[in-house]
Ligand binder design. Structure first.
Ligand code: NAD
Ligand code: IPM
Ligand code: MN
Length: 368
């Protein structure tokens, strides 16, 4: 295998802080596992706007299309609140997702045993939890036309359009069924077919794909509002959840709290395979730029480090090395290391972002 290329886009707020810890892990793989990566770094979000006047420079977009995988920290912040909509940091991320056609966003929510008491839900409900939300990422209400703020008589109207084609639903459904086969072999599809035509079509297409090619996988359908309730009531009933862009955004933040903190949740955004057989891919934590704690060394780097582990698994076919990273995280948590977001009532002193990164490196060393 030629040296895999990574484009690192740290972004804004805590993005650069957590990404610095990921870089340590990447370097560790070069030094200790003879798995070097060719790493380049660029700007996205507010950081790109500050330098170039745009949240994503065309050159960065082009580079993202060329590399084997993109790693992104987070974008956004109050400094950019008053910018024109088209220039907001979030537009940079949305452009990457859309132009790379990253239609399947994998958001696993796993509860590490050491954190089962940190969830806002009871230990019994979350201990051992391992679910995968597959969020459609390049269509739906995030991108549908018409959209905008229009004048209507004496007042303005804000418009967004939920729109899904059959092929868009089919391809993300296939991703979910393929994943389910490698896990618990169960898919629950969530929409609101009771009130939305796009939901009716979603349900029909998912069922059709299932019956034609994945009849061995157990499929159920749920209205997304009831799904949100079930996710809090008894999340272990789920294996893979497949849902649209907006429902997936909301349900995955809710799922984060099952694991103890938003600072724990990684994600992989995957597109169609490239010429070399690897999927187009971007890896990023589910959390945002956390302006309330940025610059204080408090951020939890685990979501970003686990996102790199997903890159090892899904882009580079290095599942065992991905597991090595996940086990190192598990060990550090079991040893009682906690960033501030994971503190309960047990009087443990929090560690800083870089101390958490160093502890994970030490656990990686110990795994050799
Ligand atoms: P957020 O995820 O940034 O923060 C929500 C809460 O979780 C905050 O209290 C924050 O301190 C905490 N938190 C998040 N990540 C953490 C971590 N790694 N360690 C410790 N605590 C953590 O969401 P928000 O406050 O709604 O949004 C802030 C900005 O981030 C907005 O501009 C938003 O658009 C953007 N955002 C970006 C992404 C992304 O880049 N993928 C995702 C979500 C939000
Ligand atoms: C996420 C974020 C993004 C989204 C924003 C920052 C564009 O909330 O990745 O979950 O809404 O998709
Ligand atoms: Mn979100």
């Amino acid at each position: 295998m030629s040296t895999p290329s990574l484009l690192i886009l740290p972004g804004d707020g805590i993005g650069p802080e957590v990404m610095a810890e990921v870089v340590k892990v990447i370097d560790w793989f070069g030094a200790k596992r003879d798995l070097p990566f060719e790493v380049s770094e660029d700007l996205v979000g507010g950081a790109a706007y500050d330098k170039h006047g745009t949240p994503l420079h065309d050159d960065t977009m082009a580079r993202a299309q060329e590399v084997d995988a993109v790693l992104l920290g987070a974008v956004g912040g109050p400094k950019y609140d008053d910018l024109d909509f088209s220039l907001k940091p979030e537009r940079g991320l949305l452009r990457l997702r859309k132009e790379m056609d990253l239609f399947a966003n994998l958001r696993p929510a796993q509860c590490f045993d050491a954190l089962a008491d940190f969830s806002s839900l009871k230990r019994d409900v979350v201990a051992g939890l391992d679910i995968m939300i597959v969020r459609e990422l390049t269509s739906g209400i995030y991108f549908g036309e018409p959209r905008g703020i229009f004048k209507e008589g004496n007042e303005r109207v804000g418009v967004n359009t939920q729109r899904y084609t059959e092929s868009e639903i089919e391809r993300v459904a296939r991703s979910a069924f393929e994943l389910a086969r490698k896990r618990g072999n169960k898919v629950c599809s969530m929409e609101k077919a009771n009130v939305m035509e796009s939901g009716i079509l979603w349900r029909e297409v998912v069922q059709k794909v299932h019956d034609a090619d994945y009849a061995d996988v157990e499929l159920s359908h749920m209205y997304a509002d009831a799904g949100a309730m079930q996710l809090c009531r008894w999340p272990k009933q789920f294996d893979v959840i497949v849902t649209d862009n907006l429902f997936g955004d909301i349900l995955s933040d809710a799922a984060a709290m099952l694991t103890g903190s938003l600072g724990m949740l990684p994600s992989a955004s995957l597109g169609a395979p490239m010429e070399n057989g690897r999927p187009k891919a971007l890896y990023e934590p589910v959390h945002g730029s956390a302006p309330d704690i940025a610059g204080q060394g408090k951020a939890n780097p685990i979501a970003c480090i686990l996102s790199f582990a997903m890159a090892l698994r899904y882009s580079f076919d290095l599942g065992e090395e991905a597991t090595r990273v996940e086990k190192a995280v598990e060990k550090v948590l079991a040893d009682g290391k906690r960033t501030a977001d994971l503190l309960g009532e047990d009087g443990i002193e929090p560690v800083s972002t870089s101390e958490m990164g160093d502890a994970i490196l030490a656990a990686l060393d110990a795994s050799l």
